[in-house]
Write a protein that binds this ligand. Structure first.
Ligand code: HEC
Length: 261
């Protein structure tokens, strides 16, 4: 192998080593994307990374509706009666008449002037989920609403209220099915402490494994580079030795030919 060619090979090996090292570095960066400080799309009540406080949500009530205490609902309606009538064709007061409210379009009762704030939540129907959230904290659910009422704090009270409201209709709306109940639970039930701990633990282990993998890969690449370097040194030494041997042989041959002449 000529000197020039040897240098080329050496350079090629060096470049290959550097590329391998760089790709390890890039892989490391890719497998450890930096985490967002907040959810890109904040979800109400979901903890933000970095230890934000869990916001309280209305407790789910759909599962309670089928067996809710209707009498209790009727009793609770006395707190609403200052502003609402509940009978069919009843007059609007401070608030609109509430006959047939479950499943009705929001802000649709004839002859009542609404604030417009009730429609701001995306859903335009008083379904069970919307009623639960609204009756929990009206002003939180619909900022700007005209309804000056603090809300029903206890989930059993809201379940009783909504179950009773449901009966105020010519044909009451169907009770929620299993899917609706599950969806509401998924949306509103706070994650249990154990669940959160478990998820944290899994996350930590995952990160540890990734780190270990990346470290091992880098170590391997470093070893490869060291080995290549050592090979090159050996080859250089052999080459040097061979050159010296050859020189010596030539020299010896020259001496010999001098002697014989
Ligand atoms: C102090 C008066 C007041 C009290 C008490 C009150 N409300 Fe209201 N309610 C209103 C007003 C005013 C509105 C119209 C809100 C708006 O337009 O922003 C309203 C709207 C509503 C709506 C929406 C109606 C629609 O057609 O979209 C529902 C449902 C409702 N109230 C239920 C209740 C229930 C159930 C209670 C009792 C637990 C209650 N409210 C207590 C004043 C009251």
């Amino acid at each position: 192998m000529g000197g020039m060619e040897f240098n080329k090979v050496f350079a090629a090996i060096l470049v290959a080593g550097i590329v391998a090292m760089l790709s390890g570095f890039v892989a490391e960066k890719l497998s450890h994307p930096h985490k967002l400080k907040e959810n890109a799309f904040p979800i109400e009540g979901v903890e933000v990374a970095g230890g934000g406080k869990i916001e309280k949500l209305a407790e789910p009530i759909l599962a309670m509706l089928a067996t809710a205490d209707l009498e209790r609902g009727q009793k609770l309606s006395k707190a609403c009666a200052a502003c609402h009538s509940f009978d069919k064709g009843g007059a609007n007061g401070v608030g609109p008449n509430l006959y047939n409210i479950v499943g009705a379009q929001k802000q649709s009762h004839a002859g009542y002037k609404y604030s417009g704030a009730l429609n701001a939540q995306g859903i335009n129907e008083w379904n069970y989920v919307a009623l639960n959230k609204f009756l929990w904290k009206p002003k939180k659910y619909a900022p700007g609403t005209k309804m000056s009422y603090a809300g029903l704090k206890k989930p059993e009270d809201r379940a009783a209220m909504v179950a009773w409201l449901r009966t105020l209709a010519d044909s009451p709306k169907a009770l929620p099915g299993a899917l609706e109940i599950a969806a509401e639970q998924a949306e509103l039930a706070p994650p249990s402490a154990e669940q959160e701990e478990l998820e944290d633990a899994i996350e930590t282990v995952k990160e540890g494994v990734q780190d270990a993998k990346a470290d091992a890969e880098i170590k391997q690449l470093e070893n490869d580079v060291e080995k290549t370097k050592a090979d090159i040194e050996t080859k250089k030494a052999i080459k040097k030795q061979t050159m010296e041997d050859a020189k010596k042989t030539v020299k010896d041959a020259l001496e010999k030919s001098k002697d014989t002449h």
